[in-house]
Write a protein that binds this ligand. Sequence first.
Ligand SMILES: *Cc1c(COP(=O)(O)O)cnc(C)c1O
Length: 393
Amino acid sequence: MAQDWKKRTKLVHGGTRRSQYGEVSEAIFLTQGFVYDSAEQAAGRFEDCGDDEFIYARYGNPTVRMFEERIALLEGAEDAFATASGMAAVNGALASLLKAGDHVVSARALFGSCLYILEDVLARFGVEITFVDGTDLDAWRSAVRPDTKVVFLESMSNPTLEVIDLPSVAKIAHEMGATVVVDNVFTTPVFSRALELGADVVVYSATKHIDGQGRTLGGVVLGTREYIRKTLEPYLKHTGGAMSPFTAWVMLKGLETIELRVHAQADSALAVAQALEGHPQLERVIFPGLANHPQHTLAMSQLEKGGTVISLDLKGGQEAAFRFLNALEIVIISNNLGDAKSIVTHPTTTTHQRLTDEQRATLGITPGLVRISVGLEDTGDLIADIQGALAAI
Ligand SMILES: *Cc1c(COP(=O)(O)O)cnc(C)c1O
């Protein structure tokens, strides 16, 4: 049984469907529709479409289905639905669960577009949202109410890498009958135990570690079969957030190597963080895998390793941060993460530019803060590059 396989076997073989040609590498079924043998078969498929039957690519496609099954096996979820982007997944997960008059409690430290969906879109449709400090369990306790339908959080916040106590938040939410939706990008599907720890629905931007080589945009929502097929699928198949078969193929290939890549990146991130600790040019090195991280113990109880992203708070504010970015020779300036290439981002002036100074201060995003997504380059080369750029400030 595929469910009994170890992670690496699931990632290489899970969900594979072969055509009559017996191809080794998964086929890209680049087709928008499917031919029926008879009118009766067409009618039957619209009435009840099986897992291995397809109607139209907005509803499902064999290559996309292979990706959904493979990632569901890895996550230990009953089912999955793949989407065109991480944001289509977040929007689908939330909008499919909510209606006017419902209440949502969400952690405040969110990816900018997630914040937009809650504050600008769902609020406009009559959903009430309460934001809390995700690390404050009392804040979660006092925010949930009997009409709270969804509790939303990112398992590790961007870019300050705060870790949320998922089992405790899930318990608080479940006592009120709320559904726990977790945006799990920073935890990665390799280290994730979100479902086991109490999440009901897990969402990924597959653009990050799943692709892992910066080629395609994609997302996926995972949960119970009942939720995915009865609640999420109707919403997504009619609103058009489908993943393309080509993207699904890239993501399938990404999954084959994700375990090796993410472990190597996480080991390298820890080595980089350790090498930079106490550097005179740094106010702080933020990495959940370091013993001085405020939630190190919690992080290690939820994650196997500290993740693949580190944040550095530079002395000298934005000016020092810009000099640092411009002096790096290997680490590229961009805004993706989880990529084979190491990437540096200055959140204040890019990903979190939309926030006010006060909002950024509340989230701990200082002008000197830089986020580094550690890639697959030689660890020694990365450390030398970062130390060289710090010296150049
Ligand atoms: C990147 C990201 C998203 C959005 O994913 P896209 O694939 O860019 O749409 C959502 N949440 C988090 C935490 C992310 O890092």
